[in-house]
Structure formats: C-alpha cells, structure tokens
Design a protein around this ligand. Structure first.
Ligand code: FRU
Length: 475
C-alpha cells in the first residue's frame, strides 16, 4: 500500500508541521538531536482518518523549514505488543543515541477496541535520528488504559510518566530507571481531583522557572458545562506545583486550559538548546471529520511555543522567537472607525498580524461606547471566521462562520481591552496570542480558498485601530 498524498493545497499548511498526506494526531518524540529538531507524530499514512498508528517524522535545523523524513515506526507483526499501533510517546537523547518510548497497542480481539486492549510501554533507539531499532517492552500493561510514556531526567535518574485509568480515576503513574532499559514502578504521581475524569492522556511533567508543571488531557465520563472552558471533545490544560522524587506531586494551582481554541490537544514539551522549553500541540479533531479529509489529509501541529512561568504560576506560551523569521517586513495600517464603519486591508495569503485597538481614540475611553472591534476574515467573498475584540466581556472570541468545514461555534479567551493581539494565519489555521502570551486560541479554518481579505468593523462606537501585517516570506 502506498502512503496517501494530499490532493489539494487549499488548506494545507505552509508554515506548520504536517504529514504529506493521511491522518496525524499527537506530536511525539520531540527532541533536539544531532543538530536538528525532530518532530514525530501519530500518523495513519493510508487514510485521512485515525487508524493503525505509525510515527511520522519531520526534522528541521531552525524550526522554520521542515524536511519530510521517512516513517520512523510502524506497527509490528500480528500478535506482537505493538501489532495494532505505535501510540504516543516521547524521546530523550543520551550518549549520542535517541531513545524513543511509545505505547504499543494490541487489540484483545485483534480487530478493534470492543474487547479491550493491551497497552505496553516500549523502547526503540536510533543513532541517526531517522532509522530505528525496536527493543520491545519496558513496562508491561498495567490495565487497559495506560499509555503515552514521557521520559525526563532529574538529579541523575530517569523518570517516566504515563497516563492511566486506575479504579475509574485519571492517574499519572511514575516509573524510574538508571539505564533507560530497566524500569521500576514509583507509584502514582497525581490523581485528577475531579471524579468525572476517568483517564489522563499525554501527561507531560517538567521543571520550569522554579516549579513543576504537569500538562495533561483529562478524559471525562460526561461533558459538563463550564462556561468558555472545556468546550471540546478533547481538552488540554495544566497544573503547577511542587515535587520531590519519591513523593506525589503537590499541585498549587487549579487546572487551567492551555489553549482556548477549537483544535489544540496532546501538547508535548521538550528541552531545547539554551535551556529553553518548547512545546507543540496537535491541531485536529477526533469527534467530527474535518473538511480537509476531502483533500486526503487531516491534522497539523501548532506553531512551536516557548514556555515560561509567571510569578502567578500561569504559563506563558509565546510563539518560539525563531517564528518571526518566517515573515517579511510589516505593512502598517492605521484607521479610525466610527460606529458601524468598516475598513478593508489589502489582500494577503499567509501572514502574521498584530492588531491593536485603541479605545482612547477618537474619544476618551470613559465616554467611548465602542463594544466590539470585529475582524471579518473573508475568502471568495464569504467570511470564514470572525475575530471579535469584545471590550465589555474583556475577551477575544473566534467565531467560525456557518459552513466552515473545520467546525462550528465560537471559542473565547480572556483579553485586556487595548492590548495587542498576535494573529498567525496559515492557509487553514488561525492561532491567536495575547500580548503576554498567557492566553492562546488555536483553531482550524476550512472555508473558501486563496487570498484573504480582512474587513475591520467597529460596533456601537468609534475606535482607533493599528494593524501590522507581515506576509509569509516565499521560498
Ligand atoms: C491522544 C491519544 C493518546 C494515544 C494516541 C493514539 O490524542 O489518544 O492517548 O496514545 O492519541 O493515537
């Protein structure tokens, strides 16, 4: 069977990591090895739908230009521990070797999930970052759901977290090793305090700016309304706290969403050179088929984000500084709009925008009746999405327009009125960053084709708007 290749580029990312065709989900095995960044990912090369998982692979010297690499890991022989899929996992680099840890999936009935599954944590190594040798199981199945090994070193020891269901509750289990081959149980690191959470996916535990951060995807029995938060089928967030080896993690914050968008999950971070912690998320969807499947592909990774922790223990997730190098010089547009008035930017394709509404213009804030500034993103004369600066709710909303093949409804993140918003527009995605990057919102956008025009509208009162557009550099 030949791997699929996409049939149309209308929404295929120009500056995000994606497979050449077929399906992808979680970023896996992120690392810096032998002078290059490596992004592996959950991949089904033969269909744009989830199926027997492989690890796809791309690499880059600079986080800007990504090279397509051959598929790194494929399912094993029938009956073997990874016969039905190479599921998510991580990588570490030690003594010139890349160690990749993943979950081997095997269906009990050999066909599907109906009779349960065996999930085994497994190891493969590589000395060139491209070709892998499998070494088999390192942690036997704990129960049906126990997966996504994330390995890190601390104080001269190796540790592995896995997400698991234990007695109906979502746990992060800890293992430890001296040599990366022999692993020993070290208890439960964390239990999600919410009894509605029955399973934890893709835990990622790391030390950052004096605290321990645990990122994970809580899987719930029953979706429960909680305002703007947890709107998706799969949601990822984090808690921050303290940890000493041989003890449980002690959270000092509540669970907080990592990103407010329609499509952001399975975030994985890694230690990059110069003591930086970078992370990628998966932009995709399990619950509803995305329109890009018509073009034989589904899913992309988010922009790489550089993480730091504020004194208030909130994560800042700014685009990695390298990303600025993708874009050309800024074209600046200033406008003063009266209530109901609009202005339209010259058309562009992929771009990075910085938009700053000035609520002190043309009248002082105290007397300004402006309620919203709305950016209508338009292609083929039809709006695909609206970015709403809501000065009363003090939030930014991203509304996917009717007929958008990426989804429906709106997502919303906190915003301080007057602050600048960073907007990254790829062919089929929108990523929003508040000025201090404590809030981000990432969604796909599959409606219309070709260059975008952006119409800016002021609602219910006047406003000054400053827009910087930096188009993507070509070739
Ligand atoms: C999260 C996840 C992981 C699993 C992988 C399978 O998106 O469900 O828990 O390892 O995807 O593709």
């Amino acid at each position: 069977m030949q791997p699929l290749r996409r049939t149309n580029d209308r929404w295929y990312p120009s500056f995000h990591v994606a497979a050449p065709g077929g399906w992808i989900n979680d970023p896996n095995g992120l690392c810096f090895f032998d002078g290059r960044f490596h992004a592996f990912f959950q991949h089904h090369p033969y269909s744009p739908a989830w199926g027997p998982m492989h690890w796809g692979h791309a690499s880059s010297a600079d986080l800007l230009e990504w090279r397509e690499e051959p598929i790194a890991l494929a399912p094993g022989e029938p009956g073997s521990d990874d016969a039905d899929g190479i599921w998510s996992g991580s990588a570490v680099v030690h003594d010139g070797t890349l160690y990749a840890f993943y979950t081997g999936n095997r269906w009990v009935n050999g066909v599907d999930d109906k009779d349960g599954k065996f999930q085994t944590q497994m190891l493969a190594t590589s000395t060139d970052g491209v070709h892998f040798e499998k070494h088999g199981a390192v942690v036997p199945p704990v129960n049906a759901d126990a997966r996504d090994p994330k390995v890190f070193s601390h104080d001269g020891r190796w540790y592995m977290t896995i997400g698991a269901e234990v007695d109906g509750r979502g746990h992060v289990l800890l293992y430890t090793s001296e040599d990366l081959y022999n692993w020993f149980e070290a208890g439960s690191l964390f239990v999600d305090p919410d009894p509605n959470v029955f399973m934890v996916e893709c835990p990622d535990f790391f030390f950052l700016d004096g605290k321990w951060v645990l990122i994970y995807g809580p899987m719930v029995r029953t979706p429960i309304r909680s305002g703007y938060s947890l709107r998706n089928g799969h949601n990822v967030g984090y808690v921050v706290g303290s940890w000493e080896p041989d003890a449980q993690f002690v959270p000092e914050t509540d669970f907080r969403l990592l990103d407010w968008g329609h499509h952001f999950y399975a975030t994985q971070s890694f230690a990059a050179p110069n003591n930086r912690r970078l992370a990628f998320g998966w932009m995709g969807e399990f619950a509803h088929p995305l329109a890009s499947r018509e073009d034989s592909w589904s899913g992309q990774l988010s922009l790489p984000r550089e993480l730091s922790l504020s004194d208030a223990l909130t994560l800042h997730c700014a685009p990695a500084p390298e990303i600025a190098g993708l874009f050309g010089p800024a074209e600046t547009h200033d406008a003063t709009l009266q209530a109901g008035e609009t202005t339209t930017l010259p058309p562009f394709e992929e771009a990075w925008l910085r938009v700053t509404p000035d609520l002190e213009q043309p009248v002082p804030l105290q007397t300004n009746t402006c309620e919203q500034v709305v950016l209508h993103l338009i292609r083929d004369d039809v709006p695909s999405a609206h970015i709403v600066f809501d000065t009363l709710a003090e939030r930014i909303h991203l509304v996917l327009a009717r007929g958008n093949g990426a989804g429906s409804g709106y997502r919303s993140m906190p915003w301080t009125p007057g602050d600048a918003l960073g907007i990254y527009l790829d062919r089929g995605s929108i990523e929003l960053f508040t000025a201090d990057a404590t809030e981000t919102l990432s969604s796909l956008d599959f409606l219309g084709e070709g260059p975008r025009t952006v119409e800016i509208e002021s609602v219910a009162g006047p406003v000054g708007v400053n827009v910087e557009v930096r188009p993507l550099k070509r070739g």
